[in-house]
Each structure stands twice: as structure tokens, then as C-alpha cells.
Write a protein that binds this ligand. Structure first.
Ligand code: PRT
Length: 106
């Protein structure tokens, strides 16, 4: 079975660590450092929100994809993997956000 494209993207991003920034955008991001990568995630998040609010579905798909790419680069920079995210999603499965928030205040 073909690999999930998001898993493939994570593997590509990891493979770009230490690659030539002149030929790889991902390597250029790693070379610019965590602060710059985090800034890009913020920018792409804002662009995603704007696309959603103007109800442009095609733009939203494009911006959300940019956001996921830059978020994966940030996670890789911080040594967090998609498996870590999967584990956290699984841990939250069935726990209502309403109940979780109420428990925080107790
Ligand atoms: N999914 C992506 C992807 N999504 C978005 N982008 C790039 O993200 C950039 C975002 O555009 P911006 O205008 O915000 O960026 P910018 O102006 O260059 O950045 P700043 O000057 O603002 O810092 C564009 O250059 C996009 O091409 C991506 N670049 C790479 N990938 C994947 O990563 C793989 C490896 O890419 P390289 O590392 O370039 O080989 C590719 O094969 C793709 O699968």
C-alpha cells in the first residue's frame, strides 16, 4: 500500500535536515532556525484563517496545506514526531472538550 502523503512528507522533511539550503526550501528553513520556522507557522495560520473567513475553499485547502507543511517542519525542528501527535490524539479520544475544560478549572 502507498505511504500516507503526510507520513511521506514527514520523512522528506527529516531527510532535508542538513541538506543544501540553496536547493531545498526545507533545508533553508532549518538553517534559518526555530524562531523563523515558528514565525512561518504563525503567518501560514493567519493566511489559513483569512481564507476560511472569506469562504474561499480552494484557497483554504492551499493555505491549510502550507500550514501543515510548516508545522511539520517546526515539529521536526523540536524533535516531535507525527507518532507523538497520533499518541496524543489517541489519548484524548472520547474525552469531551467540555469535560476536559471543566476539569481544568476544578
Ligand atoms: N509541501 C511543501 C511545501 N508547501 C509549501 N512550501 C513552500 O513554502 C513557501 C511558502 O511561501 P512564502 O512565500 O511564505 O515563503 P518565502 O517568501 O520563501 O519565505 P519568507 O521569505 O517569508 O521567509 C513556498 O516557497 C512554498 O513552495 C513547500 N515546500 C516544500 N514542500 C514539500 O517539501 C518537499 C521538499 O522540498 P525542498 O526542501 O524544497 O526540496 C517538497 O517535495 C514538498 O513535498
Amino acid at each position: 500500500m502507498a505511504q500516507d502523503p503526510i507520513d511521506q512528507l514527514e520523512a522528506t522533511i527529516h531527510a532535508r535536515k542538513g541538506a543544501d539550503p540553496a536547493t531545498s526550501y526545507t533545508a533553508k528553513l532549518f538553517a534559518r532556525g526555530r524562531r523563523k520556522i515558528a514565525q512561518k507557522v504563525g503567518e501560514e495560520a493567519v493566511e489559513t484563517v483569512i481564507a476560511a473567513l472569506v469562504e474561499d475553499k480552494a484557497a483554504l485547502v492551499g493555505e491549510a496545506t502550507d500550514l501543515v507543511f510548516h508545522l511539520l517542519v517546526l515539529l521536526a525542528e523540536c524533535d516531535v514526531t507525527l507518532d507523538d501527535i497520533r499518541a496524543e490524539i489517541a489519548r484524548r479520544e472520547g474525552v469531551s472538550g467540555i469535560d476536559e475544560k471543566a476539569a481544568r478549572k476544578a
